[in-house]
Ligand binder design. Sequence first.
Ligand SMILES: [Zn+2]
Length: 325
Amino acid sequence: MSEVILSREGLRARSAPLWLDATRKTACSFVSHAHGDHIGRHLEAIGTPATLALMGHRLQGAKTVHRQVEYGRSFRIGPLELELFSAGHVLGSAQIRITVRGHRTVYTGDLNTAPSRTAAAVEVAACDTLVIESTFGHPRYRFPPRSEVEDRIAAFAGEVLDAGVTPVFFAYSLGKSQEAVKILGERGFKVRVHPEAWAICEIYSAHGVRFPNAAPLSPEAEAGEVIVAPPRTREFRAWNRRGPIRTCFLSGWAIDPGARYRSRVDAAIPLSDHADFDGLVDYAKATGASRVLTTHGSADDLARELRARGVDARAMNPSPQLELF
Ligand SMILES: [Zn+2]
């Protein structure tokens, strides 16, 4: 029986008052990572030191008690034996394994199985029941190899600079921006970072991630700068006084036809911090889980594809009963 159930507040453990990535205030929630749709002003939050530092930055003024847990250290809440594993998604991101009476249930949170320059590599969390996110869980989402994606980012920056224009990469402030800053800086580009993303770079630095050739964006433009900024295109264009720019959106959604036009950018490159379809399927199989529950995004598509491959899988959608068994 799955230890993870869907309740009014979202996902929670069945046998103890532990919520999973609740966004409404709870007594105690596991926080898989610090993206806005996974955090809340809880009385107590359980997560890795990096996740709790990033959450504290995003929810300033919250009086949450932080219970820091490193990857691979087991701990208990009531009858639950618990352990965190790296999820490979952003700095500090974790999966949680909940073992009750010998049955192991893993909840992944957001998961990335491809290499990252700023997050620890994903660890396979062996289990009996797997609750897995499905953001890119449709077969149309297959990303190019990471090295090819990085080459395309560097090529865009180089070509735009050669034309005497400033390249601007739009990327989410937490996770994607730090990857972009690291990729470009390690290739020798002079990277200038929007203050919102730079504040998060500083938290990454405090946890050991280095950003060569990078500095905060200043009002005085210098020649040869490459800019990384949050994806608020119109706001950036209104603010920019640097002369001509060419823009590029960094996101897994770049794989969708028309992404470039919808985002009003000159280019879109599929730099993702989520696993693609093959990554999700391979991960589900690697855990050895005999039952897979899919959540978020393309949950129905991923469950159907897993069933076609012989896995007992179904989507974990809200139901009128609220609790799914
Ligand atoms: Zn996330």
